[in-house]
Design a protein around this ligand. Sequence first.
Ligand SMILES: Cc1ncc(COP(=O)(O)O)c(C=O)c1O
Length: 388
Amino acid sequence: MEEKLRISDRVKQIQKSAIHEMTRLSKQFTDVAFLSWAKPTAGTPEHINRAAIEAIQQGLTGGYSPSDGLVELRREIVKKLKRDNNINANISQLLVTVGAIEGLASAVMAIVDPGDEVILPTPTYSTHIQQVVLASGEPVLVPLIEDRGFSLDISTIREAITPKTKAIMYCNPNNPTGTVFPEEQLRQLAEIARERNLMIITDEAYEYFVYDDNKHFCIASLPGMEKNVITCFTFTKTYAMTGWRVGYLHAHEELIAQIKKAHIPFSICAPVVSQYAALAALTGPQDCVADFRDHYLAARNLMCERLDRLNPVFAYRKPAGSYLMFPKILLETGKDSTTFCKTLLKEIKVSTTPGIAFGSTGESHLRLSFCVSEDMINKAFDRMEAYF
Ligand SMILES: Cc1ncc(COP(=O)(O)O)c(C=O)c1O
């Protein structure tokens, strides 16, 4: 009898990540112009590295921390939430997590029962969709309105609610579109959540990378939402700390107690050395964050200028936040974004991410990251201009 691997249906449903697939394919070529990763290319600031080394030298990092995170780190997070997010928290409303990702996964596990529906405005970060599937939930994809700068479609979200709907999950600023959802729309979403007793699970990974007159607004700062919102934050983007794997989650303390039941079997606690690094990030100089933002803003403007010159090929919305943009491919050959991206890689060694990776509404688009050097952007666009 043929032996089959005994894999769960829940894992079998998950497709290979298009982002990792493009990375794998890119490795077959040399001199690739890489616009496919949402990973800061700058290194972690030196004062953060030094603090981690000191913590190791002092013998502070070899054991577990409390599963909800070092108390001194949570105290600093409380100050940050008050200062930058208008959220009044105490340390028992915080959970330090293994990046935003583990916080999101633990939150979804704590909220979603098999068959529960989770509404995701899309295109969205594909990991969110996978997290819902891993919890045996049903992702319900509600398109963002592209003609209005990929804004939330509040009335369609309302219509998508059924007795099985448990939560609405989004990232703000959004990956891949770079939309910053305005306060007014988030107030409407909050009203829906309260009326229908739904959970809002938000991912605020790009909170500091917001441009022009746009403002980042946390739905958790609205009164009356305490038991309806779980907000996930991270050090990954703000301080270029991708590999440290440290983030945190804010929620009502009754929710934290439940989310911790998922967090512990996934991770026990976030890496302790990284928690000391995160502490240094919060207590140290903040000009690195402003420097990153200035760099991304300049890179966004350059990418927009270069896209303008490719006008008949792409149509785009200037992203208000994040370091990502999501142009629509206007060519007939762009209808299948995966083939389009693979062709760009093969023909001109430009690596991008197919829009289909962010939900079916992302088809005919590609995601471009501008968290790279201006030289990299110019190299990619020089090649695309010559090619098209
Ligand atoms: C929207 C969003 N959330 C979360 C993450 C990952 O965050 P972390 O490294 O904190 O797990 C990413 C990374 O690209 C992202 O784009």
